[in-house]
Design a protein around this ligand. Structure first.
Ligand code: ATP
Ligand code: MEV
Ligand code: MG
Length: 329
């Protein structure tokens, strides 16, 4: 039995634009997905995803077929969409090892589809656990590369390397196209997360930005401007200027909102954080619903979020220095 875990992330600056080659900066956070892989005597592949529920049923399946015992009475495309990332991870494992069967069990502290990189963390941890269990040790860089292939395929060819690289490597990272690197002096920033309890589908949201960008030159300019905000933010990171970073996050949120990926509850949480005196706040990840990230060393933002209609949960997040790691073998 092999157990591996990998962290989720928040975007400081640059999501969506990063898909088109602009730079982005993101930080791994101390919420992780944990995957247990166990070799089997037969050649079957089984997946138990306890957090993945459809109509209240948790998903258990294998060999591309959802178990009858899970009793899920929903159309298959819905299930296929939900298990796409895990299926992709299994395909990657099969490319690396001469598989006989294995069972993988997924547990995650990262809310699904909420902008904290649950998909990347699950895929990274699954590839690591299953390949190790079958006797192959991949480097974090190789795992990041394979996990990226999965996100790229599931998101219909529209994915950056950002989430998967950050989850595999940990710390703060900067990603621009193929150029992925850890930020050496990863700053400890006072992250406060607000979660509206909802989710957005990354593939759909990315497709929405792409079509706006293709239709309007000013939408394409907006994407480029987000890239300029990130370049400006690099100086603020080096000097640990949280006030400047906050201002840039606010600007970035406005542009993401213009690109149609915010929502009423995300905007409400962003404004609550700003009114409470946060240095800045923005949605994180694909948007549509899910989480905002604010910078505030005081308890004021968390308190304000607790009283904000639409906010279901608020918590602090710490930078996680560890990327993918083995918990036990
Ligand atoms: N615990 C889990 N078990 C199985 N699959 C999971 C789990 N967590 C996430 N996933 C997969 O990832 C999908 C969510 O990925 P998606 O990219 O839409 O959101 P996210 O990664 O949480 O947010 P973002 O990409 O905006 O940071 C789920 O629909 C599911 O397929
Ligand atoms: C929206 C996006 O930029 C981040 C999702 O966390 C998509 C991607 O980079 O693949
Ligand atoms: Mg994702």
């Amino acid at each position: 039995m092999t157990v591996s875990s990998a962290p989720g992330k928040v975007y400081l600056l640059g999501e969506h634009a990063v898909v088109y080659g602009e730079p982005a900066m993101l930080c791994a956070i101390d919420r992780r997905a944990t995957v247990t892989a166990t070799a089997r005597d037969d050649d079957r592949i089984r997946v138990q995803a306890r957090d993945l529920t459809i109509d209240g049923f948790s998903v258990e399946y294998g060999d591309g077929v959802v178990d009858e015992s899970t009793d899920i009475d929903v159309p298959h495309p819905l299930i296929e969409a939900a298990v796409g990332y895990v299926d992709g991870a299994v395909e990657q494992v099969k490319e690396v090892v001469d598989t006989t069967g294995f069972t993988i069990t997924i547990e995650s502290e990262i809310p699904l589809g909420a902008g904290l990189g649950s998909s990347a963390a699950v895929v990274v941890a699954a590839i690591d656990a299953a390949t190790r269990e079958m006797g192959v040790e991949l480097t974090p860089e190789e795992i990041a590369q394979r996990a990226y292939r999965v996100e790229y395929d599931v998101q219909d060819g529209q994915a950056s390397r950002a989430d998967t690289f950050c989850s595999a490597m940990g710390k703060a990272v900067r990603v621009e196209g193929d150029d992925c690197r850890p930020i050496e002096e990863s700053p400890e920033l006072p992250f406060v997360i607000g979660f509206d309890g909802g989710a957005g589908d990354t593939g759909t949201l990315v497709a929405g930005v792409r079509s706006l960008k293709e239709e309007y030159e000013f939408a394409a300019d907006t994407v480029e401007t987000i890239g300029n905000i990130v370049r400006t933010g690099e100086r603020a990171i080096t000097t640990e200027d949280q006030q400047e970073l906050g201002r840039l996050m606010n600007f970035n949120h406005g542009l993401l909102s213009a690109l149609g990926v915010s929502s009423r509850s995300l905007d409400a949480m962003v404004w609550a954080a700003r009114d409470a005196g946060a240095f800045g706040a923005k949605l994180t990840g694909a948007g549509g619903g899910g989480c905002i990230v604010a910078l505030d060393p005081t308890p004021d933002t968390a308190t304000a979020l607790q009283y904000t209609p639409g906010c279901e949960e608020t918590f602090r997040a710490e930078l996680d220095h560890d990327g993918v790691r083995v918990e036990s073998e």
